[in-house]
Design a protein around this ligand. Structure first.
Ligand SMILES: [Zn+2]
Length: 299
């Protein structure tokens, strides 16, 4: 059994969101500790080139984000998105990690990759930062994969929140299919029942209190068949661990085994996979959830 390649950068520890913020540097430190405990070496992420980010976000937006970065202290980007002097470089490494992972998987260096990055990305719309997200890391990776010859990309998002940014982008880009399970209603409010476009967007909203059995049924009955029918060249995963029962930001009732189960099921359908960290705000649940996810990604 071989575990996935891990892509990360210590700059993610310097993206400071201020006291009491759930999307905190300790999230990444917890995962770096996990990789140490598992004896897993990590690959140092490069910075994303501006042109890679610009496939998803207009240049004027990228420049506005850069200009909003503080020289010292903290800057409020939106209601709950905070930037510090270390944020810009962390954001470049977050997107860069995903692009490097995509390159390595498509080149056959590994079949599976996990990107331990922050800030997260799936709420970032083309011209709007929100929900702790500045650049849409997973979608930047999907479009990077297309430039390298992969034609059809599926993004499966099991973060407890709907990835509104990825949803919007999937409607605008051909051959990227966004499939999301999420608690609904919940922040950001999008992705409700019936909100779907064939082979572009499949939203599977789940009620408060959704447990392991109902979560797995949603995948077996809806997500897995849709993924199989689409037949992507590459699977990308928006891996959030905030649907865990102990997470403070949501009310779903998953346990760590569910993350291994869903990951294994997805990779059985699409063997080449790049997974990208999104949410997960209870540190022990994040750690055990990522450990389970890595087991599911193992080949
Ligand atoms: Zn989330």
């Amino acid at each position: 059994m071989s575990l996935p390649f891990i892509y990360t950068h210590s700059s993610g520890l310097k993206h400071d969101t201020g006291p009491g913020h759930p999307e905190c540097p300790e999230r990444l430190q917890t995962l770096l500790d996990l990789f140490d405990e598992l004896g897993l070496e990590t690959i140092t992420a490069p910075e994303a080139e501006t042109e890679w980010i610009a496939r998803c976000h207009p240049m004027r937006y990228i420049e506005a984000v850069m200009e909003a970065m503080p020289d010292r202290g903290l800057a409020q980007i939106d209601a709950d998105t905070i930037a510090s002097p270390g944020t810009w470089i962390a954001a470049l490494h977050a997107a860069g990690a995903v692009c490097q992972a995509v390159e390595d998987v498509l080149a056959g260096k590994t079949g599976r990759a996990f990107c331990a990055v922050r800030p997260p990305g799936h709420h970032a719309e083309p011209s709007r930062s929100m929900g702790f997200c500045l650049f849409n890391n997973v979608f930047i990776g999907a479009l990077h994969a297309q430039t390298l010859g992969a034609q059809k990309i599926a993004i499966v998002d099991f973060d407890v929140h709907h990835g509104n940014g990825s949803d919007v982008m999937a409607r605008a880009h051909e051959n990227v299919f966004y499939i999301s399970t999420h608690q609904w209603p919940l922040y950001p409010g999008t992705g409700g029942p019936g909100d779907q476009v064939p082979e572009r967007v499949l939203n599977i909203p789940l009620p408060t209190g959704t447990n392991s059995a109902a979560f797995r049924a949603a995948y077996e009955e809806k997500a897995f068949p849709a993924l199989e029918a689409f037949g992507p060249d590459l699977l990308m995963i928006s891996a959030g661990f905030d649907a865990h029962k102990d997470d403070p930001l949501a009310q779903m009732d998953l346990v760590e085994d569910d993350f291994e189960w869903v990951t294994r099921g997805l990779c059985r359908i699409v063997p080449r996979a790049v997974s990208v960290l999104e949410g997960g705000y209870n540190l022990p649940a994040l750690k055990s959830g990522v450990a389970a996810h890595l087991r599911g990604l193992a080949e």
